[in-house]
Design a protein around this ligand. Structure first.
Ligand SMILES: Cc1ncc(COP(=O)(O)O)c(C=O)c1O
Length: 398
C-alpha cells in the first residue's frame, strides 16, 4: 500500500497535518467498518452465550488474539487484552507481590506509565533505582548492569522514549536480564507498529503494547505479552465475571490464562477493530513503515538542526519516529498553538508525561518540548510545511 492509499482511508487527514502519532493514531476506514459491523449486526457480549451471535463475537475477539500473536511471533495464550499500555504495565507491577527488600531497575527516560507503577511500590518497601541515560537520551547497558544487585527482581525500560524518540538497547538489556535471572519488561508503546518486533528476539518476560498508536487500532485497546508460566504466577487486576471456573462460599477457582486477567465485559468492538488494524498494518508492510518513518525522522531532524534559534533533542543516529524541539524564548505550548492556528498542524507540547526525561534533556524549566511524531500516513509535504513554519517563527523578530 502507498501512503496515498492509507491517507484515502483516513478522512481526518484532509484538513489537518497530524504529527501526533506518539499519542494516538487516527483510525483507518476498514478498522472503523469492522467496528460498525459489530454494532450493526452482532452487538452482543462475548464468552457468556451459547447462541450463534455470541459465539460469533467471541470468535472475532479470539481471532484478534491470534492475529496479534502471529504478528509478534508469540502464541495466542501469551496475549492478554488490556485497555491500554498503562493497564498492561500495572498488571505486572501489581501482579507479583513485590515486597520490602526487592529492587526494581528502571530508566529516567520512561513515560509516567512505566515509572509511577514502580515508584508506587516504594510504599511497600521496594527499592526503585532509576538509571540515567546518556546525554543523547540512550541508557548505557553497563549502567543498568551496575544497578542490578542480588535483590533486583525486575528490570524495565521503554523501547523508544516518547519524549524525544531515543531508541533504547532493549536486546542488550534482555541478555543482561537473562544472565542475572531477573524479570524483564519492555514498554513497546512507541515501537509497536513502527518497527518489526519479535517477542522472542526481545527476550522480555513482559511486553506492554498499545493498540491505538502504531498499530492503528481504536482507542481503548492494548495488550500484554506474557509468557504462560509467568501468567500462572501473576495475580489478576480485575476479579469478577469471566475470571473464574468455580465459586463456593469459601472461595473461587480461577479460570485458565489468559482469560483470568480479562475480568468483566471487554471492549469488544475495539478488540475486533484491533484485529482489523493489525491486518491493515500487515497490508502496508512493517518494513515499509519503518523505512518511511526513518526517512521522515531524518529529514525533519536535519531541517531543524540547521535552523538558528532551534534546539533539537537527541542524536539522528538514535532517534526514530519522533522529533522533539524548542524555539528559543517561546513556550512549547504557545508554539504548538501557533502551529495549530496558522497551519492546522497538530503536535504535542509540554512534558509528555515524562517529566524525568524532559528534565534530563534540560527542557523541564522551559515547560518541556514540542514533539512531532509520525506514521506511514505522513508525507514529505507535512514535514516541509512544519519546517517552513518553524523557520518563519524562529526568524521572526531576529
Ligand atoms: C512510552 C509510553 N509508554 C506508555 C504510554 C501510555 O500508553 P497508553 O496511553 O496506551 O496507556 C505512552 C503513551 O504515550 C508512551 O508513549
Amino acid at each position: 500500500m502507498k501512503t496515498s492509499d492509507v491517507r484515502a482511508d483516513i478522512p481526518l487527514l484532509e484538513d489537518i497535518i497530524y504529527l501526533d502519532a506518539a499519542s494516538t493514531t487516527p483510525t483507518p476506514r476498514p478498522v472503523v467498518e469492522a467496528m460498525d459491523e459489530y454494532y450493526y449486526h452482532y452487538n452482543v457480549n462475548t464468552g457468556r452465550g451459547t447462541y450463534a451471535l455470541s459465539l460469533k463475537a467471541t470468535e472475532k475477539i479470539e481471532n484478534t488474539r491470534e492475529t496479534i500473536a502471529k504478528f509478534f511471533k508469540a502464541s495466542s495464550e501469551e496475549i492478554i487484552f488490556t485497555k491500554n499500555t498503562t493497564e498492561a504495565i500495572n498488571l505486572v507491577s501489581r501482579g507479583f507481590n513485590f515486597r520490602k527488600g526487592d529492587k526494581i531497575v528502571v530508566s529516567n527516560m520512561e513515560h509516567h506509565s512505566n515509572l509511577i507503577p514502580w515508584l508506587n511500590l516504594k510504599k511497600c518497601g521496594v527499592e526503585v533505582e532509576i538509571v540515567k541515560a546518556n546525554p543523547k537520551g540512550v541508557v548505557n547497558s553497563s549502567d543498568v548492569d551496575d544497578a542490578i544487585d542480588k535483590n533486583t527482581k525486575l528490570l524495565t525500560i521503554t523501547h523508544i522514549s516518547n519524549s524525544m524518540g531515543a531508541v533504547q538497547p532493549v536486546e542488550e538489556l534482555g541478555k543482561i536480564a537473562l544472565e542475572k535471572d531477573i524479570l524483564y519488561l519492555i514498554d513497546a508503546a512507541q515501537s509497536a507498529g513502527h518497527l518489526k518486533l519479535n517477542v522472542k528476539d526481545l527476550m522480555a518476560d513482559f511486553i506492554a503494547f498499545p493498540g491505538h498508536k502504531g498499530l492503528l487500532g481504536p482507542v481503548g485497546t492494548g495488550f500484554l505479552y506474557c509468557d504462560q508460566g509467568l501468567q500462572e504466577k501473576m495475580e489478576p487486576l480485575n476479579l469478577g465475571g469471566g475470571t473464574v471456573d468455580d465459586v463456593s462460599q469459601n472461595g473461587f477457582l480461577l479460570t485458565s490464562c489468559p482469560n483470568r486477567f480479562e475480568g468483566g465485559t471487554q471492549n469488544i468492538s475495539g478488540l475486533i477493530g484491533l484485529g482489523e488494524a493489525v491486518n491493515y498494518v500487515k497490508r502496508i508492510g512493517i518494513s515499509d513503515i519503518e523505512k518511511h518513518d526513518r526517512n521522515l525522522t531524518r529529514i525533519l531532524y536535519k531541517r531543524l538542526k540547521d535552523l538558528e534559534g532551534i534546539t533539537v533533542y537527541g542524536s539522528p543516529k538514535n532517534i526514530y519516529g519522533i522529533v522533539s524541539f524548542n524555539i528559543d524564548g517561546i513556550n512549547p505550548h504557545d508554539l504548538a498553538k501557533i502551529l495549530d492556528e496558522t497551519k492546522n498542524i497538530c503536535v504535542r507540547s509540554g512534558q509528555h508525561c515524562a517529566i524525568l526525561s524532559t528534565e534530563h534533556l534540560g527542557a523541564r524549566e522551559e515547560g518541556g518540548t514540542v514533539r512531532a511524531s509520525f506514521h506511514y500516513y505522513n508525507t514529505l509535504e507535512d514535514i516541509k510545511v512544519l519546517g517552513d513554519c518553524l523557520e518563519e517563527i524562529s526568524n521572526f523578530g531576529r
